[in-house]
Unconditional design. Sequence first.
Length: 608
Amino acid sequence: MRMRKQIGWLGAGLLALGANASAHTFDIRNQAPSSTADFAISELKGALDASGHSIDDTAPDWTISIELDEGLAEQAFSIRPENKMIRVCGGDRVGVLYGVMELAEQLSFGIDPAHIQPMQRQAFIQKRGIKFNIPLDARLPSYDDTGDAAQQNIGEMWSLDFWHAYLDDLARNRYNVLSLWTKHPFPAMIKLKDYPDVAMDDVYAFAPELEPEYHKDLVEFDLQDPKNLRLVKRMTIEEKIAFWRHVMQYAHDRGIEIYFFTWNIYVIGAEKHGIGDFSDSAVDYMRECVRTFAETYPHLAGMGVTAGEHMNQTVGKRTNVQWLYDTYGRGIGDVLQADPGRDIRFIFRANSITLDAVDRDFRAHFPGKVETSCKVSGPHMYMKPAPGGLESDFGRDMVRLGFPCWMNVRNDDFYVYRWGDPDFARTYLQTAATWPLAGFYIGSDGYVWGREHISKVTELSGQLENEKHWYREMIWGRLAYDPTLDQSFFINRLKARFPETDPAALYAAWQTASGMVPLVNQFFWKAGDSLFQVESCTSLKGFIGVRDLIDGMPNDKSSMSSVIEYSDEVLLRKPSGRTTPLEVADQLRTAAQSTRDQVEAVRKMTAN
């Protein structure tokens, strides 16, 4: 049985927190009408109901006035109690949303309205996002669809139930960007005037059984051959367009911007017209794809590209940047010139480009914002509580040329383990904010964070991944908006989730356990993709053995010695003063034993 009803912070578990507070009646006056405010008010009403309060517009105990305040910044809000009125003001519709949700959360924690404190908050990091590899269709693969998670989630990508629940959760956690990554989404999402037959009706998954040795692009198979396809859903292209317009509108109503990222060059489906990936005819075709895509989806906030995968440094007589301008740049530029009020950002990933070339051959001609994106911390965001990688020549070029940077924060460490260390995330984000930051997006390369399909517990099968990993998702989103949230906030959230447990003890145990992951990643560092996954101690070649660990090197050679370096230090009797492998092992052993002890204590204090 799939869990259709997601348990959010407005769930029935919060009732336990409000049990000791007096029940009150409220009148909600919305003086900042918008579809975003409508969502906020629905969240507030859910919180009031869960906490035992009620709505009464005739003789209320309290009035909640929802207002706009032009004196506040974008996404900012204030809460001002005045006698029997609580004024919630937002600098814009998103600020209204966050302010109302903040008040709802406080009431859900059992705080009496008379004890609500005045407060004002604004976004610490302006763009707080998720990287989502989206498997639209087996015929239009994303970066790597050779896993069960991708194939099982193809149908979910065409389910409004999924997107409604997923986007609601993102908004509650204060994420305001969702970046969707796929090689070539156009045939599944638009219908071209000059190439109408390229559009793909229906939705298909990969039919053959997956094998570990298959290439990530499934080059062993013809993905357009019907015998390799399994029908998932019947949909016309017109129904698909209506579907994605709804999803993007729904996201907009929750303060979430949608971006699409592609790997280049792909012209899947257009081969029947003699258009090849690197042909001259691909330029006009891709320009029409991009222009039509932006025209079809008025809530498209931006597009990003990777110039270093399936694309050479030169394409015919053009450099890769010139090719991208003549296709993506001109296609989006056509839309921006026809609608000057539209804002569509363009993002260059730091793959096989120089920012001088982007500045000269793209930004100088593009009518919108042009930004860049850099992978920080390699594939291991859970390595050090600070992003690395921007100290490079590319990072210095960003500063010199004034390119705001999106941090590509990659979690290729774990997909099953539930991580939870707010102090690590807070330090990481505070360091990130010192860079020339446009925003960040967190995600993985070879995994689809849709619905999980591995649980052996029937009631949890089909659970949203961001619900399964609710604590981690909440930590990063909430601290990116407000890093002043302290331990008491997270303990309150744990108490709301697990009312029969000592939340302070659970907080400590969870943090101790989570601290082991960065220590292992620091000691055994692999910068490349898929070379080490700490959760399973594997690489693409299989398990990481003792010999591999002996030959490995730490991330920071100035602070840690490898096994071989330490052996030399002992043999030569020349200690370096760096942390030794034995000390790392002792730290891990201590943390593991402490976790066991703390977990046992939590069990003894837990009623259920």
